[in-house]
Design a protein around this ligand. Structure first.
Ligand code: IVH
Length: 706
């Protein structure tokens, strides 16, 4: 495999990507619930995996993360059946657990606390021995297999834990689990296990795809999930998918061993694949931990991917007394591998200028192999953090790639510090344009919007995936168009021509025409994506969408921004009607962020960009999301005020817009309806004065036909 050299993705980019992923996941979940999914489950899984990785790398605490909502693993066209015993998931030891002082809690401590709780559940004195079976945790998809008289009669995915999709034909065709258990000819039992794609078989399959000129599959886990959801199972036998079986949650008329280790032995005798060579019986938490820790390196020698280990109480008779939380059984816990960490030498500290002018320190490292790539640059977060860690050029530092994405310096070997190092002094001037820096909170900024680095970063962001998504207009080309075509502002890119581009390095007529075609396509991405692309502080993907939902087009938004900046009381009240609650008409927009967002939107430089975009033929309106015109709502103008009993105002607004109505901020003679909730104030009064019809939530819902 060729090694990639990792560049430091800015933390800002990572946060923005995290926000986008959060929205995409919510979007697809909502569609899924409506029974109208837009993407296959495997695509959803990829989004979720990427979200988890990023959240890990950014250290997002578990309680702030989105939960994968149940039901995501249902696929249309598959029969769904209820599980006899719900399929729960395991509690996890995680590198993100912090104590009351914010310090990370080491795995040993987390595991021994878990162990002591189990002793207590069993009314055993602290420190008692209790056998634990440690097994690898394979990164696949869980499956429930029903065997009747030893014959596999039904295979079901985990689904939402209560019910899953029937994939019997797929499992049988793939030969992933025994069709008949040797030596079992009576009774019935349910066996749980993990379907997975061994590395070799996966690589071989991808080689075949490549040879046929097809797109390869990103990873074995998602690939396996996709294969098992093939409606037509023909050909699955060639693919090489297997299942490790590890649990028998229910049986009737079959005599089974009383321990988890015994069950694995029994399953092996029936011909099933079990992790026999890789399990370990421990008598306490410390020894279970030591075995798990030994796998940090050993995992790479296994012929399949594991993402951790599972520690289980061995004695099955204890399980009822151990109980469960409803989400997790108490008889087991998962040990998630901590991110790989490697020492290397810090050669230099450089300073990067971001799109908003933020200066961030970056570690220039002696290249080091880490989790599959060679890392030569790593994030040092910010200057106060660098000072707190006391990182100096020449130091031996530790790098980690949590979630396998953004390499970061996580520690310094102070004891091994060479003589003559000096603390790093944050720059007083921008390293690129020489402007004197300004401080804001813990960050320092280059205040010069024309700073070449800022210009490039802003254009990269504007042309990037979350914004205009212009294929072919990457960093290398942007550097050239800045230099040779005088591109400075986002709207400038839409004026690029084929002859201009064709003359640039590594470009020809054809690629130039492709870029121009991509730019043409990007003109219709809509206002929300433009707002994201302008990199206005406090405007991430969700805020851009909220702003777009409310104002619908750039003219209305900029007109409001001007009124807000001038202090028009109605505009101010629209954002935050009650200063103490700071909750206004736009979801997530409080006074502080509004002050900053509208000031930026109202700035001459931003207005000029909007004008330039309009002149270049870029659509500055919301993408049409209207799904159905509802008579009586379509074409009418609504004002929402006060607290509605069940709907958030943003939600009510969205529904009106979906039905073809318009939502505005203030009441005038042109307003058709005012929807008033509790504590509706001046807008209600004004409506009554003007004789505008006033609706409550129930009347609105009735109008919408709900
Ligand atoms: S025991 C309550 N053992 O990891 C679930 N799970 O949440 C008990 N997994 O959903 C599962 N290897 O898909 C168990 N040796 C193993 C496993 C394993 C992989 C998966 C399984 C489960 C998840 C843990």
């Amino acid at each position: 495999m060729t090694e990639r050299v990792n560049e430091v993705a800015g933390a800002d980019d990572a946060l923005a990507e995290l926000a986008t992923l959060r929205e995409q996941i919510a979007h697809h979940e909502a569609l899924y619930r409506k029974g109208t999914p837009e993407v296959p489950d495997s695509v959803f899984d990829e989004l979720f995996d990427r979200y988890q990785e990023l959240a890990d790398s950014l250290g997002v605490p578990t309680e702030e993360r989105i939960d994968r909502s149940p039901g995501v693993d249902h696929t249309d066209g598959f029969e769904t059946v209820a599980h006899r015993v719900p399929m729960l998931s395991l509690e996890k030891l995680t590198p993100n657990r912090r104590d009351a002082d914010g310090q990370p809690v080491p795995y040993e401590e987390q595991l021994s606390a878990w162990f002591e709780r189990r002793l207590k559940d069993l009314e055993l004195p602290p420190g008692s021995p209790l056998s634990l079976l440690v097994e690898p945790k394979i990164d696949g998809i869980s499956v429930s297999l029903l065997y009747e008289s030893g014959r596999l009669t039904r295979a079901v995915t985990r689904g939402d834990g209560q019910k899953g999709d029937v994939i019997t034909a797929q499992v049988l065709e793939a030969g992933a689990a025994p069709a008949q258990l040797h030596g079992v000819s009576a009774g019935a039992l349910e066996v749980r296990g993990e379907l997975y794609w061994p590395r070799d078989a996966f690589d071989a399959y991808n080689r075949r795809l490549l040879a046929a000129g097809d797109k390869t599959i990103a990873n074995p886990r998602n690939g396996c999930a996709g294969m098992m959801k093939r409606k037509d199972p023909a050909g699955l036998g060639e693919v090489g998918i297997r299942a490790f079986l590890y649990q028998i949650p229910w049986s009737e008329g079959v005599s089974l061993p009383g321990t988890q280790s015994g069950v694995l032995g029994w399953l092996a005798e029936t011909g099933a694949d079990v992790y026999t060579d890789e399990v370990h019986l421990a008598s306490d938490a410390a020894s279970a931990y030591a075995y798990c820790a030994g796998y940090h390196e050993r995992r790479h020698q296994l012929p399949f991917d594991i993402d951790g280990m599972v520690i289980k109480v061995d004695e099955l008779a204890h399980y009822p007394a151990l109980g469960s939380t409803g989400h997790h059984p108490h008889w087991g816990i998962a040990y998630k591998f901590p991110p790989e960490r490697r020492p290397t030498r810090l050669r230099a500290i450089s300073v990067q200028v971001g799109k908003s002018g933020k200066l961030t320190p970056v570690a220039e490292l002696e290249p080091v192999a880490l989790a599959g790539t060679t890392v030569s640059r790593a994030s040092l977060h910010n200057f106060p953090e660098l000072a707190r860690k006391d990182v100096r050029v020449g130091d031996r530092v530790f790098v980690e790639k949590a979630g396998d994405i953004i390499p970061q310096v996580v520690g310094v070997d102070h004891a091994a510090r060479p003589a003559g190092t000096v603390p790093f002094t944050p720059p007083e001037v921008c390293p690129t344009c020489g402007s004197a820096v300004v401080s804001e909170e813990i960050f320092i900024y280059c205040p010069n919007p024309a700073c070449p680095d800022q210009v490039l970063e802003r254009l990269k962001h504007f042309a990037g995936r979350q914004a205009m998504d212009v294929e072919g207009l990457g960093e290398a080309l942007l550097v050239q168009v800045i230099e040779k075509a005088g591109v400075r502002r986002p709207d400038d890119i839409f004026r690029l021509t084929v002859p201009q581009l064709a003359g640039l390095e590594r470009m020809g007529e054809k690629s130039a025409a492709n870029v121009v075609a991509a730019l043409e396509g990007a003109k219709g991405r809509g206002l929300a994506r433009i707002l994201v692309g302008l990199a206005i502080r406090h405007v991430g993907v969700s805020m851009a969408e909220e702003l777009t939902k409310h104002w619908r087009d750039a003219d209305a938004l900029l007109a409001f921004a001007a009124r807000y900046v001038e202090g028009d009381p109605e505009a101010v009240a629209f954002v935050a009607p009650d200063k103490s609650s700071e909750r206004g008409a736009v979801e997530g927009l409080g006074r502080k962020s509004a002050d900053s967002i509208f000031a930026e939107l109202n700035a001459a430089s931003v207005r000029a960009v909007f004008e330039g975009l309009a002149a270049a033929g870029v659509s500055l309106a919301a993408l049409e999301t209207r799904t159905r015109d509802v008579e009586g709502v379509a074409g009418k103008t609504f004002v929402l005020t006060g607290t509605l009993p069940t709907l958030k105002r943003a939600e009510a607004g969205a529904r009106i817009k979906e039905a073809g109505g318009k939502v505005v901020g203030s009441v005038s003679a042109k307003t058709d309806y005012v929807v008033a909730g509790e504590e509706a104030g001046s807008k209600l009064e004004k409506a009554q004065k003007l004789g505008v019809a006033v609706l409550d939530e129930a009347a609105l819902l009735a109008m919408l036909g709900e």
